[in-house]
Design a protein around this ligand. Structure first.
Ligand code: ATP
Length: 299
């Protein structure tokens, strides 16, 4: 289990992370969210032991993170860090040796992962000759080569096509199921919704929202009603609790404060014409994120 307790980091006068705490259990995927400059990279660097916090502690399975423990952490950084003049095999061997893997184990793992990611044919090609997506696969393989107990993924899907995103996701889920703790950061909320049981949203280094994704959504209360067909929009707009109505592609989206006004909306819509859809959904994480981050900026 990863335990981050009350970490605070200043760069001179800039407060980058303020009193941040969270835990990631074995076999859990945790979302660390925030807009640009919120403090995510700083947090990752502190966890990796690459940067000292001004205060607070980070432990992995009860141990402070030092060079013995960092061997067991895999990190996919947002700014890719491959040595592009090396061949794929040289690069992976280099990382594997740094992480203390035996030659035999390395050989076995490199062969397995190159095949799994369908890039065996590039084994002896220089990294710089690979496409961006394939470079990303090499970066990802370097992070998981020695079966880390903690995996930090900062925007791991940038630049990947949907088939490769699926391939990465399958591997991430496998790692989770073998007990790896995973921290996941992305600006693409649909990935977070799909993956993360728990999350934290940071604004200027401070936590503005945290907890279990299901609870966050329940607590947020705002919902969307997706409607296809014609109904009296002016009447619906006047109902107390209706925030707004948007027209989107071939449907209307009615945003409501909570389900108190649902019956009244249904009543009016049911008197409409050609109604083929009336679906109520919780707000998306993207809406919650925009709402929470926006609110903080208004203060
Ligand atoms: P992004 O999503 O853009 O990668 P982030 O959430 O990772 O952003 P950080 O890079 O951790 O954010 O930055 C947090 C704050 O600390 C920002 O105000 C940033 O300008 C500042 N900062 C980061 N690195 C340094 C540094 N080396 N020196 C001074 N200030 C820094």
């Amino acid at each position: 289990m990863l335990s981050v307790s009350n970490i605070t980091k200043y760069y001179k006068d800039t407060l980058a992370v303020s009193n941040l705490s969270f835990e990631v259990n074995d076999g859990c995927i945790f979302g660390l969210l925030g807009e640009n400059g919120a403090g995510k990279t700083t947090t990752f660097r502190i966890i990796m032991g690459l940067l000292d916090a001004n205060s607070g502690t980070v432990t992995l399975n009860g141990e402070k993170i030092d060079y013995k423990v960092t061997d067991k952490i895999g990190f996919v950084t947002e700014e890719r860090s491959l040595l592009t003049k090396m061949t794929v095999k040289e690069q992976l061997t280099f990382y594997g040796i740094l992480k203390g893997m035996s030659n035999e184990k390395l050989e076995e793992k490199i062969t397995y992962w190159l095949k799994r990611f369908k890039i065996s044919e590039y084994e002896n090609r220089k990294i710089k000759e690979l496409s961006k997506g394939n470079q990303q696969k090499v970066q990802f393989i370097s992070a998981i080569l020695n079966d880390p107990v903690l995996l930090i993924l900062d925007e791991p899907f940038t630049g990947l096509d949907p088939i490769n995103v699926k391939m990465f996701k399958d591997v991430i889920m496998e790692m989770k199921n073998t007990g790896c703790s995973i921290i996941f950061s992305s600006h693409q909320m649909e990935h977070i919704e799909q993956f993360c049981e728990k999350l934290v949203i940071l604004v200027k280094g401070k936590v503005v929202l945290e907890g279990n994704l299901k609870d966050i959504k329940k607590k947020y209360q705002k919902q969307n009603i997706f409607i296809q067909g014609e109904f009296d929009k002016e009447k619906v707009k006047k109902i107390k609790g209706v925030i707004d109505i948007k027209e989107n592609a071939n449907q209307y989206i009615v945003k409501i404060e909570n389900d108190d006004c649902l019956d009244e909306v249904f009543n009016i819509v049911s008197k409409g014409k050609n109604i083929t859809k009336f679906v109520v959904e919780e707000a998306s994480l993207n809406e919650i994120f925009i709402d929470k981050v926006g609110i903080c900026y208004e203060k």
